[in-house]
Design a protein around this ligand. Sequence first.
Ligand SMILES: Cc1cc2nc3c(=O)[nH]c(=O)nc-3n(C[C@H](O)[C@H](O)[C@H](O)COP(=O)(O)O)c2cc1C
Length: 173
Amino acid sequence: MVTIIASTNRPGSSTLKMAKYYQQKLGEKGVEANLLSLGQLPANLLQTDLYGKRSAEFSEIQEIVTQTDKFLFIIPEYNGSYPGVLKVFIDACSFPDSFYDKKAALVGVSSGKYGNIRGIDHFTGVCHYVHLNVMPLKLHIAAIHKEFDADGKLINADTLKFTDEQIDKFIAF
Ligand SMILES: Cc1cc2nc3c(=O)[nH]c(=O)nc-3n(C[C@H](O)[C@H](O)[C@H](O)COP(=O)(O)O)c2cc1C
């Protein structure tokens, strides 16, 4: 099973728009992907699902993670790295079985110039720690607010080309 993780809980995020774009493109190429937004996490996850606790609400999310063998993380740049809620999510998931020996592709997005290069590097370190194999082609999409039209479609030719290449490689990975 393939799951796209929109790695923020910020309402109205560009990350979720990008995740929906990847889901649609994967669908067009014959791959059905789940979409998990970190906006779906239980609001009180810090109290209910860290350090051995497990809530009924998070159990459903854990089940999706458990069933997934390929993840595609869309990760916004927050204060020069990946969002804290993404680390909380990883820490809340069962260890080591959630991610061990599975596969992931990473996409960084930012409103600034760098497309979350540093945050993707930081998160790659976490992936390696949990034995989640990261696909070498990672994308960094800067100035994300200039990438979509009013219908949420990507408009930049380079971005269309590189996302398409990454999606093909992800399917083959
Ligand atoms: C807490 C926070 C910190 C941010 N820090 C950065 C940053 O360090 N560099 C940057 O280019 N954009 C930064 N941004 C802007 C995001 O890159 C921008 O909101 C972009 O649309 C991707 O995030 P989104 O998915 O939340 O929309 C920050 C946004 C938030 C909410």
